[in-house]
Write a protein that binds this ligand. Structure first.
Ligand code: IZC
Ligand code: ZN
Length: 410
C-alpha cells in the first residue's frame, strides 16, 4: 500500500455504483474506528481498523470523520468577468430574467468570456478549483455556454480540458451552447438553433470536448419544443442530455427530461407532480441547487417529495457568476438539510454518489469502497451530523485526491 489512513473515528459513505433513490438514499455505511488503504490512487481497503495492514506512508486521522470527496455535479466553471454590478439591480427587485431580457445576465458574461484569452481563463479556473478543493470537492462538472458561438464555446471546453489535465479536481465537461440566444441572433431564434445543431454540435463531438449536452429550458430562453429538438440531435452525436428544467416557471422541463432520456434534470424548483413521477419512472436524477434558491430568493425544490416518489436526488452548487457565485459545497449540504429537510445521510449521498451518477462517474467515485478512486475528505468533525449542523466555516481538515494528500490539515 502507498498510503494508510488510520484512526478514522467514523467512516461514513454511501455504497455501490449506481444512484440511490427512495429509502436507499439514506442507507449509508458507518464504520467506527476505521482504516482506508490506498494503492496506485485507488482504494484497496476500507473497513475496521486492522493492525496487520501497513503502507509506505501512514496518515493519522486523529479520530475524525472521513467521507468520500464531494462531487459538484453542476457548475458553470469557466467564464470571463463577474457580475457584481447586478447586485444593485437585484436589491431593487429587478428579476433574473428581466436582467437577461435587457441584455445583461448571461449575455454580459458572454461578452466578457469572448474577450478573455484561453490562458487567462485557465489561470482563473485554477484559482477557482483550488478554492473548490479546499471545500472538499474532488470531482466537478463544468458547462460551456458563455460563448454562444463556435469559437468561444470551443475555447471554454478546451479550458476545462486543460484544467482537468493540470490540477487535481477531475472535471467532466458539458456542452451548453443552448444557454441563451446570442445578440447576433436576437431576431432569428431558429437561425441560432440551426447553427448550434449544424455547426457547433458536430465539432464538439468530433473533438471529444464534452460528454453531455445541457440546455436552459425556461421562459424567455429555450422552449420545451426547441429543447427537445436540440437534445435529440445531441444524442445522435453521443452527447447525453441534461436539462435546466422548471427553475423559474413550470413549463414542462421535468416531463421533457424523462421523455428524451436525460441523465439528469437540474433545478426543478417548479417541477410538476407529473414531471416528478415521469422522472422517477425513467430514473432521471434530480440535481437540485439550493444555493441558487437562496441567492435568487426563490422557493426550494420539493426534494423530500422527490425522494418519496423514488427520484434519486443529488445536490450541487450551480457555481456561476449570476445566480450562484459560490463554490461552497458545505453550504449546499447545510441547505440540503435545513431547507430540503434531507437527513444528513440522504444529503451525504446527494453530494457524493448521486452527484457522481449524474455525471456518469458512480463506478469511479462517490463512495469509499475497494476499487474506487481514492478521493476522500477528512473533516474537522467527530460525527456526521456536525458538518450539517455547523455552517459558514470551512470544516475540511484534509483532502486526498486519487491517493494524493492535496490538502493537509497537518
Ligand atoms: O450566468 O446566469 N441559470 N444559467 C441558468 C445561469 C443561471 C448562469 C448565469
Ligand atoms: Zn446552471
Amino acid at each position: 500500500m502507498d498510503l494508510l489512513l488510520k484512526n478514522i473515528g467514523i467512516l461514513a459513505t454511501p455504497t455501490g455504483a449506481v444512484a440511490k433513490s427512495g429509502a436507499e438514499q439514506r442507507e449509508i455505511s458507518l464504520t467506527y474506528d476505521a482504516m482506508v488503504g490506498i494503492k496506485d490512487g485507488k482504494i484497496v481497503y476500507a473497513g475496521s481498523a486492522d493492525d496487520s495492514l501497513n503502507a509506505s506512508a501512514v496518515f493519522d486521522c486523529g479520530g475524525k470523520l472521513v467521507t468520500p470527496g464531494l462531487v459538484d455535479a453542476h457548475t458553470h466553471l469557466v467564464f470571463g468577468g463577474w457580475r457584481q454590478k447586478e447586485l444593485g439591480l437585484k436589491l431593487e427587485g429587478v428579476s433574473y430574467l428581466d436582467i437577461l431580457r435587457a441584455g445583461g445576465g448571461i449575455l454580459s458574461t458572454v461578452e466578457h468570456t469572448r474577450m478573455t484569452t484561453e490562458a487567462e481563463l485557465v489561470e482563473k479556473g485554477k484559482a477557482l478549483l483550488q478554492e473548490m478543493l479546499l471545500f472538499g470537492v474532488t470531482t466537478c462538472e463544468a458547462k460551456s455556454g458563455y460563448g454562444l458561438n463556435t469559437e468561444t464555446e470551443l475555447k471554454q471546453l478546451r479550458v476545462a480540458n486543460t484544467l482537468d489535465e493540470t490540477q487535481p479536481v477531475d472535471i467532466i465537461s458539458t456542452f451548453m451552447g443552448a444557454h441563451a440566444f446570442p445578440k447576433e441572433y436576437n431576431d432569428n431564434r431558429a437561425g441560432y438553433i440551426d447553427y448550434l445543431i449544424n455547426e457547433m454540435l458536430p465539432i464538439v463531438a468530433k473533438e471529444e470536448l464534452a460528454e453531455f449536452c445541457d440546455i436552459f429550458c425556461e421562459t424567455a430562453v429555450f422552449t420545451p419544443d426547441e429543447s427537445r429538438r436540440i437534445l435529440l440531435e445531441a444524442k445522435k452525436f453521443g452527447l447525453r442530455p441534461k436539462i435546466h428544467a422548471d427553475e423559474i416557471d413550470p413549463i414542462g422541463g421535468a416531463e421533457m427530461a424523462a421523455e428524451v432520456g436525460a441523465i439528469s434534470a437540474e433545478h426543478l424548483i417548479q417541477a410538476s407532480n407529473d414531471g416528478i413521477m415521469a422522472m422517477a419512472d425513467k430514473n432521471v436524477i434530480a440535481v437540485l441547487l439550493p444555493a441558487t434558491s437562496f441567492y435568487l430568493d426563490k422557493p426550494f425544490a420539493r426534494a423530500r417529495e422527490m425522494i418519496n416518489a423514488g427520484v434519486p436526488v443529488a445536490v450541487a452548487t450551480d457555481f456561476n457568476p449570476g445566480s450562484s457565485p459560490s463554490l461552497n459545497m458545505q453550504f449546499v449540504l447545510n441547505l440540503a438539510c435545513l431547507k430540503y429537510k434531507l437527513t444528513p445521510a440522504e444529503a451525504l449521498t446527494a453530494a457524493t454518489l448521486n452527484g457522481a451518477a449524474a455525471i456518469e462517474r458512480a463506478d469511479v467515485c462517490g463512495s469509499v469502497e475497494v476499487g474506487k478512486q481514492a478521493d476522500l475528505v477528512v473533516w474537522k468533525a467527530n460525527d456526521l451530523e456536525y458538518i450539517f449542523y455547523r455552517y459558514g466555516s470551512n470544516l475540511v481538515d484534509s483532502v486526498i485526491k486519487s491517493g494524493e494528500m492535496v490538502i493537509s490539515g497537518k
